[in-house]
Design a protein around this ligand. Structure first.
Ligand SMILES: Cc1ncc(COP(=O)(O)O)c(C=O)c1O
Length: 386
């Protein structure tokens, strides 16, 4: 191992959302950033740019476009050109712009649940109707697996539905959809003429055996009905640099989105562009080791739950660094989020924020040192045995 993911890096400073939200005696395993230092090449590129000392407006990012065109051609099977990328300062902002920009007030936007909370708020923020299709879940021992209930999915589509926001890899349930699942989804979405917003921000965070298939790569017809969203922020742990992008092959959709983003001045800053390009260009050796570390964290978590927390059920994520824990059998007097915060001094993400299907669940971020993960799990165990 060249990179030391076991190193404890003190993050209890007032500007870290993850570490400053709760008192010092609480371990934060909630918001999706990791406790690891970014690839050294990213840090060096930022230092070099900072040393220049002049921070005027950043015109464009030709190097980042170049690296993304190559990456999407070789890894994701998308033959896109540099000008089909639109850079934005974050996916949440982008989702909100999309739901405001496309289609008409009152029309429907479909999401699957449980889901990353901004998927639930962006449609309403954009004056649209939120429509939900709950996932089906199977249980084997203490392991949960989420699958698409295609009948329920299609039944949730009404004549008003114009858009579907897909999350793949899927936060919070950790699924990485198979080609067969995506093809079936695409068949339904095309039949109903839906614009699909494919949030693929976690596409480079895969565990062994999982393969990411970019939704837009399924066919030219699918691509024409898709806006793909992604970012280097989760993969290389640079969310604070605020750089994301949309990939759009449909010329009319691209023009509308680019013009609107331009009109409201929605773009990353200089450091976002520089960090993103360095991460994609040079970050792979770091990422390879990160994958190995995260997989051991995932397996450590699942093993701990199976051996020591018999009333909790857990997903075995195929991608992301987020696990989803069903705590309903604990019959706690309050939500598991509140219980563990108060009694274990561990901050998870409360499942209720992910929609009704998340009540009684918590989401655990294992993008942390193994020592932190084990400390948190031991605290949970002790809190239940008090
Ligand atoms: C699926 C998904 N989309 C978007 C985001 C946030 O992206 P951004 O920080 O670029 O707004 C997250 C963060 O957890 C996420 O899991």
């Amino acid at each position: 191992m060249v990179y030391n993911f076991d190193e404890h890096i003190e993050r209890r400073d007032p500007v870290s959302v993850k570490w400053a939200m709760y008192p010092d005696d609480v371990l934060p395993l909630w918001v999706a950033d990791m406790d690891f230092r970014s690839p050294p090449e990213v840090i060096a590129a930022l230092q070099q740019r900072a040393a220049h000392g002049v921070f005027g407006y950043h015109f464009d990012a030709p190097g980042l476009r170049e690296v993304l065109v190559e990456r999407y051609r070789t890894r994701h099977g998308l033959n896109v050109t540099g000008d089909q990328f639109v850079f934005t300062p974050g996916i949440v902002a982008t989702l909100n712009l999309i739901t405001r920009t496309f289609h008409h007030p009152g029309e429907g936007v479909l999401v699957q649940t449980p889901i990353y909370p901004p998927f639930l708020t962006a449609p309403k923020n954009g004056g649209k109707q939120l429509q939900t299709a709950e996932m089906a879940v199977t249980v084997e021992g203490q392991r949960l697996r989420y699958e698409i209930d295609f009948d329920r999915f299609e039944a949730a589509i009404t004549p008003e539905t114009r858009m579907f926001i897909l999350c793949n890899p899927y936060n919070p349930v950790g699924r990485v959809y198979t080609r067969a699942e995506l093809e079936k989804l695409a068949e339904i979405c095309l039949r109903h003429n839906l614009l699909v917003i494919a949030d693929e921000i976690h596409c480079d965070l895969l565990h062994p055996g999982a393969q990411h298939i970019s939704y837009a790569s399924l066919s030219p017809e699918v691509a024409a009905h898709t806006i793909t969203l992604s970012a280097p922020s989760k993969t290389f742990n640079i969310p604070g640099l605020a750089c994301s992008f949309a990939v759009i092959e449909n010329p009319a959709v691209l023009r509308t989105f680019r013009d609107t983003a331009g009109a409201v001045g929605l773009h990353p800053n200089t450091f976002g562009y520089i960090g993103a390009e360095a991460a994609y260009r040079y970050g792979q050796p770091w990422l390879d080791e990160l994958h190995a570390y995260l997989t051991i964290n995932r397996d450590t978590l699942v093993q701990f739950v199976e051996e020591r927390l018999p009333q909790i059920k857990v997903t075995v994520p195929e991608g992301t660094y987020l696990a989803w824990l069903d705590c309903r059998d604990l019959n706690l007097p309050e939500s598991p989020y509140k219980y563990f915060l108060e009694h274990a001094k561990v901050a998870f993400s409360g499942g209720e924020a992910f929609g009704k299907a998340g009540e009684g669940f918590v989401r655990l971020n294992y993008g942390c040192t193994r020592a932190t993960l084990l400390d948190a799990l031991n605290r949970v165990h002790e809190s239940l045995n008090q």
